[in-house]
Design a protein around this ligand. Structure first.
Ligand code: NAP
Length: 302
């Protein structure tokens, strides 16, 4: 019998697995479709503590993977497609059935992308979905942010710490973001907003982004010279298989209090339940909390 079954192999999942195993529990971690999660598509990580020099996202996740193995975690390359949390032991169905006494869900989330030409081609070379991760590379440059919600406005404001100019491009004439954020945006002299406009294409010189092709609601095309573009149109949590088993919020994030979900014995950590911060270090910390909670749950029910 598996004591703690961890679903997901980002920082939350690996940290939960390492802590669970070091607590003496039989821990299995199921990697999901992309072993290492979102960080594996991030070029460099400069803000994860413990690495004085920048470390590649893939390399950081490989370190966590090896650390989990070294600590006795059984890692399984599989994708869970269905779960049943109504009975004990809990059941997860992948290429085979996994039964466990507790589960830590760390399936993460992924940024939504526009799906326009150039966006994928220039990802990591001027196109990003994370200002906290990549804003630093745009010191004294002109960057665009696409979106009109809290994330877009927060990203735009954050980028003013580095960039010389930030242009927010929104497809409508009103922002969805909270009033206080809108006010801060308006008051910031580095920010300008292009309203009622869609981005059609990200263009570059093969090395880096140079400009965007835009079109407004009156079908007038234009071009905007930029050094970078941050897509901030929301994230999608990887939680669809849990929707009939756990309480989710209106955006699909798992509702959890100190990692405890609506089902005792099922814990959640990282971006699948926390849309606010989206940082590896925050996910790792939550993974630790989830493992400690799972260990205590097992001790109480032994
Ligand atoms: P969001 O609220 O869903 O906003 C997404 C924005 O992107 C909207 O303005 C939307 O335009 C735009 N958009 C969506 N698809 C687009 C497309 N294909 N092309 C162009 N624009 C597109 O997402 P979010 O800002 O990431 O926030 C998600 C949740 O987290 C929200 O509940 C938010 O309040 C919360 N959050 C809270 C905080 C905070 O409390 N400080 C910070 C970040 C996020 P339309 O407006 O036209 O639909």
């Amino acid at each position: 019998m598996i004591d703690i079954l961890v679903l997901g192999s980002g920082p939350a999942g690996y940290t939960a697995a390492i802590y669970g195993s070091r607590a003496g529990r039989n821990v299995h971690l199921i990697t999901g479709p992309q072993r290492g999660g979102q960080l594996t598509i991030t070029s460099t990580v400069e803000n994860y503590p413990g690495f004085a020099d920048p470390i590649g996202g893939l390399e950081l996740m490989e370190q966590m993977h090896q650390q989990a193995i070294n600590n006795g975690v059984t890692i399984v390359e599989d994708v869970v497609e269905k779960v049943n949390f109504s009975n004990k032991p809990f059941q997860c169905f992948g290429s085979k059935l996994y039964e466990a006494r507790t589960i830590v869900i760390a399936t993460g989330a992924s940024a939504k992308w526009l799906g326009i030409p150039g966006e994928e081609e220039y990802r990591g070379r001027g196109v990003s979905a994370c200002a906290t991760c990549d804003g630093f590379f745009f010191r004294n440059r002109h960057v665009a942010v696409i979106g009109g919600g809290n994330t877009a406005v927060e990203e735009a404001l954050y980028l003013t710490n580095f960039a010389a100019k930030v242009t927010l491009i929104h497809r409508r004439d009103t922002l969805r973001a909270e009033n206080i954020l809108q006010r801060r945006l308006k008051e910031n002299s580095k920010v300008s907003v292009i309203w009622n406009t869609k981005t059609l294409e990200v263009c570059g010189d093969e090395q880096k982004v140079t400009h965007l092709k835009l079109i407004n609601s009156e079908n007038v095309p234009s071009e905007l010279a930029v050094d970078g573009v941050f897509v901030a149109i929301g994230h999608q949590p990887a939680t669809s298989i849990f929707k009939n088993e756990l309480e989710l919020d209106e955006n699909g994030y798992i509702k959890a209090q100190d990692t405890k979900t609506s089902v005792p014995g099922i814990f959640a950590a990282g971006d699948a339940c926390a849309p606010r911060y989206k940082q590896a270090v925050v996910a790792a910390a939550a993974g630790c909390v989830a493992a400690l909670e799972a260990d205590e749950f097992l001790a109480v029910h032994e």
